[in-house]
Write a protein that binds this ligand. Sequence first.
Ligand code: ARG
Length: 270
Amino acid sequence: MKMFKILSTVFVFSLLFILAACGTSQTSGSTKSDAKKTLRVVTDAAYAPFEYQDKGEVVGFDIDFIKAVAKEAGYNVKVDNVGWDPLFVEIKGKTADIGLSAITINDERKQTYDFSTPYFLSKNEILVPKNSDIKNAQDLKGKTVAVQNGTTGQDAVEALLGKNSDKLKKFENNNLAIMELKSGGANAVVADNTVVEQYVKNNPQDNLKVIEDDTAFNKEFYGLMFAKGSTLKADFDKAITKVLDNGTYAKLYKQWFKVDPDIKILKEQK
Ligand code: ARG
């Protein structure tokens, strides 16, 4: 009986030892220093200069930004161009880790998603033909306006024309909205300032111009979008603060937009 007791004690202890060893190897296997985890980042690459396709590759300010921030946070990223509406479905359903798409942080979206600390200041603007009689946002009333479905541009136009206005044309991506304007199917497009300004500059043959209206369109801030409760938010917030502080952000910003960023206004938002 005594022998049995000793043997079973030895057995239990060796079992514990083996389990402990397994436990250790498992933890060390998942630390970031061993192998960086690759995160799936989803985007709508039809929004130059933030994300667009160039020779089959997804490029843009957002792409350079996420690479810099992920590197700082200790992750690899793989960017998948899934489109605007699917991007929200994927983040909500947790089939992707980060939504990256010039996404404005707003209260409605905050009910369903978590956002990183803000990384870009933006506002909506109106894109019209050069000879248009539209001078400000109020002039959009009674006109046909094209927007990308489910954007803050749509919200802004709905506030002017009414939510169910049949003068509001919604498109799957912003390039289609601009095509509608060019073909005469719409009198204006409302979208983010950087996007429409760059479009006008790069396409002089289209004879378009941009109209600002700060009374109708508010300041907006872009954030990385996560599923509610995602543990990635903490890592990425820290990394964003780091790239804002260490000059990496300013360097990328200057490369893409040829001017210096207002880092102070981004940091004041917290
Ligand atoms: N900032 C606007 C919003 O969040 C438009 C973003 C559209 N982005 C894109 N990649 N299509 O609603």
